[in-house]
Write a protein that binds this ligand. Structure first.
Ligand code: MN
Length: 228
């Protein structure tokens, strides 16, 4: 007999490449402005603006291959990013131990209602409506670090209908994966199941219904998303 007064929501989880087992997701942290060229295209100063974090919801992650265009926006942008999935966590994790916490990696998209995000920025309001909407983080299968190691460089790209829109390299991240983990652990107790979206290179832009997106990271492969 359940001790909950209503049925609990299912635990969000990610499919894993080559396995029937799934990765249960606890929290989703996202870094902003982690590539200098993207900081510039968003009107920031890469020499002055420190990266910062926001969150999406665990059930915003979506591996269906469809991205439903969200309501009440007419300017929804793609941001291709590497997803970092933690197998263990902790508080005040030393930089040199941070990668030991990583269970795996995936290619992901931080889909963004840019119009609503812009309004929030102007009003100094939080970003949830712009960032943390339903199915706002399409992603490919999770790939165990035990198979591929810890990619610190490698081409990142996003094509829309076959045209390259975003290009960068993991090596261009301002804050590297171990630095993000160590920093977050200074403010939050991290745990297995937490994932980090590690920021997008330049070239973000709008999508429309019917668009076919292909997100690719060297060493992690590619996944396709249709805007519906
Ligand atoms: Mn992003």
């Amino acid at each position: 007999m359940s001790r909950h007064v209503i049925d609990p929501a299912p635990v969000p989880s990610l499919a894993i490449r080559g396995s029937a087992a799934r990765f249960p997701v606890r929290r989703v942290y996202c870094i902003g402005r982690n590539y200098a060229a993207h900081t510039v295209e968003m009107g920031g100063d890469p020499d002055r603006d420190a990266p910062f974090f926001f969150q999406k919801n665990p059930d915003d992650l979506d591996q269906s291959g469809d991205f439903p265009y969200p309501p009440r926006s007419s300017d929804v942008h793609h941001e291709v990013e590497m997803l970092v999935a933690l197998g263990t966590g902790g508080t005040d994790i030393p930089l040199g131990e941070a990668l030991d916490r990583v269970w795996g990696y995936a290619v992901a998209l931080d889909m963004t209602r840019r119009d609503r995000q812009g309004e929030a920025k102007a009003a100094r309001h939080p970003w949830e409506i712009g960032k943390a909407f339903a199915r706002s983080a399409p992603c490919g299968p999770l790939i165990p670090a035990s198979e591929i190691g810890h990619p610190a460089s490698g081409a990142v790209s996003l094509t829309v209908n076959g045209t390259v829109r975003q290009e960068g390299d993991l090596g261009q991240m301002i804050w590297k994966v171990p630095e993000m983990i160590a920093y977050l652990s200074n403010y939050f107790t991290l745990a297995g199941g937490d994932v980090i979206l590690s920021g997008t290179p330049s070239g973000v832009g709008p999508v429309t219904r019917g668009d076919a997106l292909t997100a690719r990271i060297e060493g992690l492969g590619a996944f396709d998303v249709r805007v519906v």
